[in-house]
Design a protein. Sequence first.
Length: 279
Amino acid sequence: MEQRSRSFYVLASFFGLYVLFLYGPTITIGILSFQGPGGGLTFPMRGVSLHWYDELFQQQAVGDIWGAWRRSVALGLMVMVTTVVVSVMGGLAFRKRFRGSGVLFYLIITSLTIPSILISLGVGLIFSQSGLDVHWSTSAFGAQLTWTLPFGLLIMFAVFNRFDKSYEEAARDQGASNWQTLRHVVLPIIAPSLIGVALFGFTLSYDEFARTLLTAGSYNTLPLEIFGMTTNVTSPVLYALGTLTTVFSLAVIGICLGFVLMAQRRRARAGSDAGKGLV
């Protein structure tokens, strides 16, 4: 058996600590959410039950948990659709050089370096000073797009840089229009990557806190609602909510991965290797 070098154990230890810090808090909250009726916010466990999950579905004295969840899902879907559409359009536009494309590209990337709270403050001020309502469906929607669009565009730039244009040329040789080529050739090939962009858009929006803090108006999204509950709720019902939110996020990721596998299998059954490696 080949002896492993010291660097392997150093890297393995570092990766183990990374996994511990990444998933340790989530696992801890998940365990504490099953406290018994007399349990508190910390260890030791005082029994094991689903009591706090039942409490979660009862009328809460503070906040509107399920209203906030519905708003987060709706906002996430809005951001997801917009991110996918604009990213595809941007990726197609950047396939050909045009005047100012380099400046525009760096402006897009630079937006990621601006602190999120400053984006939230700036968007909120623009809406309030313009006489527009600061609302989760308008100002928060715009603020979150400054976060999701750069990622979506970067993914599409990478996809189209590796895209084999011979497929499009072959379609046009068969008499296909530009729209038919896009719909029946380009989009099916890049479909797995589009699902990835959609996943990025939804999850980044669903979990976003800072860019929504000053732009959501009078109605909280779920991250804002959870933050507010940390100062008012002193029972494990907060942990139950966090656990269900995590399960929901994992379910969304699983569904997206399932769609990616379905797209890849459909492409394999069609006997084509077009677009492999684009995910």
